[in-house]
Design a protein. Structure first.
Ligand code: DX5
Ligand code: ZN
Length: 220
């Protein structure tokens, strides 16, 4: 496997100093900006929308990995592309016609991802796994940063790795929620490719060094 990717979550950034936090990520070993969009319906919280995302995009020099925690994301896919998204990830639980939604994301020229809530089994993706670029396994219930990591995540990573082998070997398996240096090596050993980290990065005394440490983790 090639080197894993690190995607700091801007949900934990200082929203009054987004330009400096964006430039900090630019200067770090991070690979993507993880952008958490919440609508107050799919999840019990509201984060930020297009103006704030565009403000980050204006300064960001790395791809924006957009995680849509919103109902019926089909309504807004082109707006997110126009606001600077490179990857658009929708929730399995929020899409009635997931196959159509994935096709629409790809038609916009973006990578297409599907996120799974902690209770949603990996095998539900069996009939769409060949068509998607990324699966985001939620390792907390979406809606808030700083929550406790759910241990069942490892089993889901291993199952998804086995399910995608030979069918979609370029699939990115992304882990989102409660990621830190305490679990990064185990997550990568289980088969993760992308680690999202919010509070662990931004609450540390030296975020650039914390990102480097996450990037330098060597799995078995
Ligand atoms: C949770 C978001 C996550 C969150 C992760 O709903 O999807 O991306 O920002 O935050 P931490 O790393 O603090 O758990
Ligand atoms: Zn997220």
């Amino acid at each position: 496997a090639s080197k894993h990717l690190i995607a700091p979550s801007m949900l934990a950034a200082d929203f009054a100093n987004l330009q400096s936090d964006t430039e900090m990520i630019n200067a770090s070993a991070a690979d993507w900006f993880h952008i958490d969009i919440m609508d107050g319906l799919f999840v019990p919280n509201i984060s930020f929308g297009f103006p704030v995302m565009s403000a980050i995009a204006k300064h960001a020099q790395k791809p924006l990995d957009v995680h849509l925690m919103i109902e019926k994301p089909d309504r807004y896919l082109s707006e997110f592309r126009d606001a600077g998204a490179a990857n658009i990830t929708v929730h399995y639980e929020a899409c009635t016609h997931l196959h159509r939604t994935i096709a629409a994301i790809k038609d916009l020229g973006c990578h297409a991802g599907v996120a799974l809530n902690p209770h949603t089994p990996v095998h539900l993706l069996n009939d769409i796994i060949a068509d998607i670029d990324l699966v985001c396994i939620m390792s907390v219930n979406p809606g808030f940063g700083g929550q406790k990591f759910i241990e069942n995540t490892y089993a889901k990573i291993r199952e998804l790795r086995a399910m995608s082998a030979g069918v979609n070997d370029n699939l990115w398996i992304e882990i989102d929620g409660g990621v830190s240096l305490n679990n990064a090596e185990a997550l990568l050993s289980a088969g993760a490719d992308v680690l999202v980290a919010g509070s662990f990065v931004f609450n540390s005394s030296d975020p650039v060094s914390t990102i480097q440490q996450l990037k330098d983790v060597n799995p078995e």
